[in-house]
Design a protein around this ligand. Structure first.
Ligand SMILES: Nc1nc2c(c(=O)[nH]1)N=C([C@H](O)[C@@H](O)CO)CN2
Length: 121
């Protein structure tokens, strides 16, 4: 199984369970590993035959701007579903970190894996 990677993608969104968090945007930092077979794209040197990490990053920015979830769990779950549906991704791993949420920690957050991991051939 091959992976397309997007690491340390910063997005700004309304996120949080407390009243003061509902009135501001905060930064989340995302890591994604997206399953695909990179061989067709590599054989033809054609962006149309792979997952375009630039297009997916833009979609994530738009998703973050358009939603205002309370929990990072909800953000992660809905984003994973959106990306899998729109880009036909069979399996993905997504980490959502919220830097600064806990003063003594560099970041807190969640990591999820969704979908069926393709077999390596
Ligand atoms: N498991 C979670 N715990 C907490 C979350 C969360 O989204 N998932 N959120 C908060 C607050 O919004 C916090 O980030 C404010 O600093 C607390 N715990």
């Amino acid at each position: 199984m091959d992976l397309v990677l997007i690491e340390s993608l910063a997005v700004d969104t309304v996120i949080g369970v407390y009243d003061w968090e509902r009135t501001i945007t905060q930064r989340l930092v995302l890591d994604l590993a997206l399953a695909t077979d990179i061989r067709p794209a590599a054989a033809d040197d054609d962006i149309a035959l792979t997952l375009d990490y630039a297009a997916i990053s833009e979609r994530i920015q738009a998703f973050a701007a358009a939603h205002a979830f309370a929990l990072v769990e909800t953000f992660a779950e809905h984003l994973a579903e959106t990306l899998r549906d729109e880009f036909g991704i069979p399996w993905l791993r997504l980490s959502v970190r919220k830097p600064g949420a806990v003063a003594a920690a560099a970041a807190v957050g969640v990591r999820i894996e969704r979908g069926q991991r393709p077999e390596t051939t």
